[in-house]
Design a protein around this ligand. Structure first.
Ligand code: IPE
Ligand code: IPE
Ligand code: MG
Length: 247
């Protein structure tokens, strides 16, 4: 059973393995992306039901632009279709949609659809669902650095004012807390330029036997359960952690 008093506040997911899942059935890679939508729906619904505050999904990386044109176009079309079909239900579930990444690089139609959905759900107070689109962690850190440098140059802030809190506010994730739990499906053990700053102390869970289109609510429960059974020490000793828990 999950401990409702110890849920991760922010879950991030690297939804990987769509292409390999499709290949396993002798289908085109895009077939895998299509089947990944059900996993997204189930993950979002389960997080909303559990009362998770932030869910950030790696949907399309900056590096993914380098994939074959046909696959990129297929993913962009799928994005438009999915936003159109899923957003009314998200809205009903009080989900607030956001995005991080260079969305100006998205095709006009996809950008428009996304911005409309973000606007429609902006007052919602439940789960904040952030889609990382045309996103890379290094890009985000450079963006933040540029903004801060401009403010120093304009005399709005001093160099001495730059600290972790200030830096984090300039990241695309803005007010979201750091990631508590990062899940990657598909079998690869890497970060792939995702939320580099925000995962500083995240618990990492690699689900090696699950391709993203196979990911279901039970996998999410399993990951949260595993998270709850880890000791997060943040540099301290186990004795110190236990002492503060029992204090
Ligand atoms: C993740 O699945 C989805 C995107 C990157 C858009 P992949 O498409 O990377 O699937 P694999 O890793 O090739 O199996
Ligand atoms: C990471 O998956 C990006 C997304 C899930 C959107 P990739 O499949 O692109 O990652 P690498 O290239 O194998 O590291
Ligand atoms: Mg992949």
């Amino acid at each position: 059973m999950l401990d409702k008093s110890n849920l991760p506040r922010h879950i991030a997911v690297i939804m990987d393995g769509n292409g390999r899942w499709a290949k396993k059935q002798g289908a085109m890679r895009i077939f895998g992306h299509h089947h990944g939508i059900r996993s997204v729906r189930e993950t979002v619904e389960t997080c909303a039901e559990l009362g998770i505050q932030y869910l950030t999904l790696y949907t399309f990386s900056t590096e993914n632009w380098g994939r074959p044109k046909l696959e990129v176009e297929g993913i962009m079309q799928l994005l438009v279709k999915t936003i159109r079909e899923e957003v009314p239900q998200l809205h009903k579930n009080n989900v607030r949609l956001k995005s991080i990444g260079e969305i100006n690089d998205l095709p006009k139609k996809a950008r428009r659809e996304l911005l409309e959905a973000i606007d429609m759900t902006k007052e919602n107070t439940g789960l904040t669902l952030t889609l990382a689109l045309s996103y890379s962690g290094k890009w985000e850190i450079i963006q933040a650095t540029k903004q801060i440098a401009e403010q120093v140059k304009a005399g709005v802030i001093n160099v001495e004012d730059v600290n972790e809190q200030l830096f984090a506010k300039h990241l695309a994730t803005e007010e979201a807390p750091d990631v508590d739990l990062l899940i990657r499906t598909g079998g690869d053990h890497r970060i792939s330029n995702y939320l580099l700053w925000q995962i500083a102390y995240a618990e990492l869970i690699f689900m090696d036997d699950v391709f993203w289109p196979e990911f279901r609510a039970n996998h999410l429960y399993e990951a949260i359960y595993s998270y709850q059974n880890r000791e997060r020490r943040f540099g301290k000793t186990s004795e110190q952690v236990v002492a503060t828990q029992t204090a």
